[in-house]
Design a protein around this ligand. Structure first.
Ligand SMILES: [Zn+2]
Length: 95
């Protein structure tokens, strides 16, 4: 019984966090209830990546996160850029 209660509250917490981050409450409720801890952690980490500004690698043109020090495709060393590409979350919000 108590395990179900714990799952429920994890689900609730995950759902609220997911909702705050602009995702589906029910999706994260389900994930967090089925996977307590992991699901809630997922909800907390979700969108963090998507909120990162991005930039284009001058070497190969791959879009990488602005904080990357090396291009993940060609290995070009990257300075922190003057111009960043808007985060995926901002781009998605306009759609
Ligand atoms: Zn590159």
């Amino acid at each position: 019984m108590s395990y179900i209660v714990i799952c429920f509250f994890f689900g609730l917490a995950g759902g609220v966090v997911g909702k705050i981050k602009g995702s589906s409450f029910f999706l994260w409720f389900a994930i967090s209830a089925l996977l307590p801890f992991a699901g809630l952690l997922g909800a907390l980490l979700y969108r963090v990546e998507r909120d990162e500004p991005r930039r284009r690698c001058p070497g190969c043109g791959k879009v990488v996160k602005a904080y990357e020090a090396l291009c993940t495709r060609c290995g070009t060393e990257l300075e922190y850029p003057d111009v960043v590409i808007e985060p995926e979350s901002a781009a998605a919000a306009r759609r």
